[in-house]
Design a protein around this ligand. Structure first.
Ligand SMILES: [Zn+2]
Length: 249
């Protein structure tokens, strides 16, 4: 309530009932501080102090509110563009790669994330998987204000050798982020620790149905076969299949 006061100021009545008895309200005509036209607003007075509800007419208020909103959304899209630049390596933002990336695949990855689905982008290297995912999917998500964690498979492998508490702190955001992008999964030698960590990520994300975006040179069977034990490989790939739609490059 705009006219009620919970704590008394120096000139106010010390008890609430006194304030209420002294409160007077009416409607007054005021001239708008922006356009100068007369408009009707509410006036209240307590113990000789006066307030009016508004100093602008409805039309001027609406125009002002719209201008603020437009400025906010422009600022927001600038911030999101900057956030994407921080996330995405400059290589993938180069005009050359953007021009070379296949538009049909770009469209497929965009459609997948726009409908809330993850992506399992697989195919030989040099087919623009990573470029399409960065420019078609991740950029779109960031511009929509979604949080995306982006890592490479080799980074996860390196971190999987760390001590348990450090590793847990590293993995927590990868499991909790609304979107996770793992680039080049399955490259290099698999280790027991790396396999276990991938299972932990897949398990954690599956429990909340959080989509995953993956690029890899291996199809799902070949990826599963790379794990140190076939059971872990199958378990990871089965979970990833539920969180990511296959798109062949
Ligand atoms: Zn006005």
């Amino acid at each position: 309530m705009i006219f009620s006061r919970t704590s008394p100021g120096p000139n106010d009545a010390p008890v609430e009932t006194a304030v209420e008895e002294d409160l007077k309200r009416d409607q007054v005509e005021k001239s708008c501080i922006i356009c100068g036209h007369l408009f009707v607003t509410e006036r209240a007075s307590i113990m000789g102090r006066e307030w009016t509800l508004s100093d602008k007419c409805d039309a001027c208020f609406a125009t002002l509110a719209k201008a603020v909103e437009e400025k906010d959304s422009k600022l927001q899209s600038e911030l999101r563009a900057r956030r994407f630049e921080e996330l995405c390596p400059s290589l993938y933002r180069s005009p050359e790669l953007r021009a070379a990336a296949p538009l049909d695949k770009m469209k497929l990855v965009r459609e997948a994330v726009a409908s809330g689905k993850g992506i399992f982008a697989y195919g030989e290297s040099g087919m623009f998987k990573t470029t399409c995912v960065w420019l078609g999917a991740v950029q779109w998500l960031v511009h929509k204000g979604k949080r995306v964690e982006c890592v490479s498979g080799s980074e996860i492998r390196t971190r999987s050798a760390e001590a348990r508490n450090k590793l847990d702190a590293y993995l927590a955001p990868l499991i909790a982020a609304p979107w996770l992008f793992i680039d080049d999964l399955g490259q290099g030698a698999m280790t027991d620790a790396y396999s276990d960590v991938l299972l932990q990520i897949a398990e954690g994300r599956m429990s909340e149905s959080r989509p995953v975006i993956i690029t890899t040179q291996f199809d799902r069977e070949a990826l599963a076969a790379r794990f140190t034990t076939p059971e872990t490989g199958k378990a990871v790939v089965r979970r990833l299949s539920l969180l990511a739609n296959p798109i062949q490059f």
